[in-house]
Design a protein around this ligand. Sequence first.
Ligand code: SF4
Length: 503
Amino acid sequence: MFFHNLLLKVNLKTLKEKLSLSNEDACLSIKDHCGIIGIRTTKRIHDLGFLLYQGMLALQHRGQSSAGITVINKKNMKTISDVGYVKDIFDKNTLAALKGKFGIGHVRYPTAGTDLTVGIQPFVLQTRQLKIAIAFNGTIANFDEVRNFLMDQGFRFSHDTDTEVIGKLIDYALEEENGDMTKACKKLVGYLDGAYSILIATNKGEIIAFRDTLGFKPLCYGKTKEGDFVIASETMGLTIVGAEFEDDVKPGEMVIITEKSIKKKRLVKEEKVAHCMFEWVYFARPDAILDGISAYEARERIGKGLGKLFKEGGYEADIVVPIPDSGRIAGIGFSKETGIEYSEALIRNRYVGRTFIMPRQTAREEAVKLKLNVLSNLVKGKKVVLVDDSIVRGTTSKGIIQMIRDAGATHVYFAVSCPQLINPCFMGTDFPTERELIACGRTDEEIAKIIGLDAVIYNTIPLLVEAIGFDKWPENNHLCLACLNGDYPLKSNPSQLLCERES
Ligand code: SF4
């Protein structure tokens, strides 16, 4: 059988042994954490490039290393893409040239690898049946397995990108299914393991969208009053072009968008769902509504839960200071729950990128000093509780804590929305190796000491799950928590994936 269809729990001891022996910088293939948008328009053909551009600006937080647009105009495909921010790649002239009834756009963050020019999307491929452009958000966990399978079928590869594997798998599946795209996608979903939301535009004039069977990555759609159909990673991609949200693409569901119709088809129905909890904790914009749950409201509930833990721990503080912007909403919730004054004593330089998603360790360390400034008069002589979404390596947090102490705080506590991160992610999130995760193998007291705190207050898994799911998922079984508890909801064996990642 091609896959072992089992829910596997990682043998953490084995993984730790492997990590301590391996070279963390060895040959990682490029994996993505990205934003995607697709638009079908019948009346705004000349504005298509501008509409996609607006949608991509709204999704820019999901990836800043490169961006691209592909449009289909009378069976001709045109793509413009480059390294950089959306606003820097496109101008009036390039956007005016992007006309058509169908188009897809992509913003990209490479989770590994350094050559930003490799893997820019949309990825365009002439298959034996038709020409396709792919915009992809996620990571193919069984990348090596699928790539080797395709090589055995005679396919050759130029790069180590997921999109090339997906493109060639579509080529293979289309041939096998005599050009039937629905059957080809069903086949594709059977082969792929991992997290993915995918848009495929074809030169026949259609957009095919689908989401992995567990729904790790978000994807939703809506319509404008002009009848344009829009599909995007987050709801702001819809609203910015005037589309009203209609629904989320369900896990394992496919949406086929042609000039005349929109059809939905369930390719696979799994019992389990595993949305990435980090979408609510950090990734998504606060104004996004993901699978029916507001990111803002979830973050505020998380902050309230942290406030309860803080009180139960018997701690006291004079002010709650969020790390901007990632800790802001949880900080509001924390303040509401505890009654401790909310204070924006850390000011962010808006022109420095988000620390968590910068590609290299050195850049990350330097960025923390450039990124924030402390208002000394607000923290001097005070007991301060900082609030942030997560502590990954601890490098950034340590720098911030030192800044707060240097500004005269008497005590510094840290309340963290995400419980201890102790396992790698194979579903597209750029975690460092387990060895670099500060919480791995350490007690809270040890972590507090290393990063210079009086105490660290981590969220608990039950409180996190309750805060996200709230009244929509009272049974609390809709989230992936693998980086917290090691339960990987994948078909592939995580130990094997780790070996491949480390080899
Ligand atoms: S392991 Fe963590 S970061 Fe990765 S998909 Fe699961 S919840 Fe998200």
